[in-house]
Write a protein that binds this ligand. Structure first.
Ligand code: GUN
Length: 277
């Protein structure tokens, strides 16, 4: 079994981006908005900010109180849409319940939507004409390309149908001409479907739910899950130890998909910059 070293692949991607930034006449800018003080979101936002600094981007970390009104948040986004120093805008999700996340996403200019969540960007992904593509699925595609997996005609199973990961992942794999099955919490015979998969992408958010004997010998396993056990240990959605007996390639948790998501956000911000200037 080979480990897919997301940390290293992400580092290489950041090094490439940093080299390109040195040749630009001004720095690409990313604004990250965090509403409230969810500790996990704070960690993600800090990591994004640090990654920006590493590659030489201009970054604005905007912290808003959990009781900001919808109107105030939309006004902040509109200001950033019109701010020339800012090429990419990201609002960290989830948002507090009184805010309409969908309206927030739709207010971000599609040209600055570096998360790729705006309906215009999702629509383009569906038509295989993508411009800004959601970071986690795009990062997974970069990992698969880096280890040399040819997806044409492969049977892929995506477990989880979220807007952020599962659904765009389905489109990415389909655009690469794989045959894709997407599963949700009501899927029957999940293990039977997984046993036929050449590539498994797990994004359910249930710790170690996918058992090693559900993995076809030689399959590639991408684990998007990141769950903290009561012991404090971070684990994925796949039972890593048992899956290593069957998988040919597998991502670790942590150090797999997570670093790729952030490096891909930087890649998208550079794309947004290049399309503005
Ligand atoms: N929350 C969890 N993942 C993401 C992501 O990729 N982007 C944003 N904005 N929020 C998230």
């Amino acid at each position: 079994m080979n480990i897919i070293d997301g940390k290293q692949i992400a580092q290489n991607l950041r090094n490439d981006i940093a080299k390109k930034v040195k040749q630009l006449d001004h720095a690409p800018g990313l604004a990250v908005i965090l509403v409230g003080d969810d500790p996990a979101s704070e960690v993600y936002v800090r990591n994004k900010d640090n990654a920006c600094k590493e590659v030489g981007f201009y970054s604005e970390k905007i912290n808003k109180s959990a009781n900001i009104t919808q109107q105030e948040l939309l006004d902040e986004i509109r200001r950033l849409n019109n701010n020339d120093k800012i090429d990419g805008i990201l609002v960290q999700l989830p948002l507090p319940k009184h805010l309409d996340a969908n309206l927030v996403i739709e207010t971000i200019s599609p040209q600055k939507d570096v998360d790729g969540f705006h309906s215009e960007n999702i629509g383009k992904l569906m038509q295989n004409k993508a411009y800004l593509r959601p970071c986690t699925p795009k990062g997974v595609m970069t990992m698969l390309a880096t280890i040399g997996i040819d997806l044409v005609g492969k049977d892929c199973v995506v477990v989880g149908a979220s807007n952020i990961v599962g659904r765009p992942m389905l489109m990415e794999l389909l655009n690469a001409r794989a045959t894709v099955t997407i599963c949700n919490s009501k899927t029957q015979d999940l293990s039977g479907k997984l046993r036929r998969a050449d590539v498994v992408v797990a994004a359910v958010g249930i710790p170690q739910m996918i058992q090693g004997d559900w993995i076809k010998p030689g399959a590639v396993v991408i684990d998007v899950g990141i769950n903290r056990l009561e012991s404090g240990k971070l684990v994925g959605d796949v039972d890593f130890d048992s899956a290593t007996k069957n998988a040919s390639w597998m991502t670790p948790v942590p150090g797999g998909v997570g670093p790729m998501t952030i490096a891909t956000l930087l890649e998208n911000t550079l794309t947004a910059y290049q399309n503005r200037t």
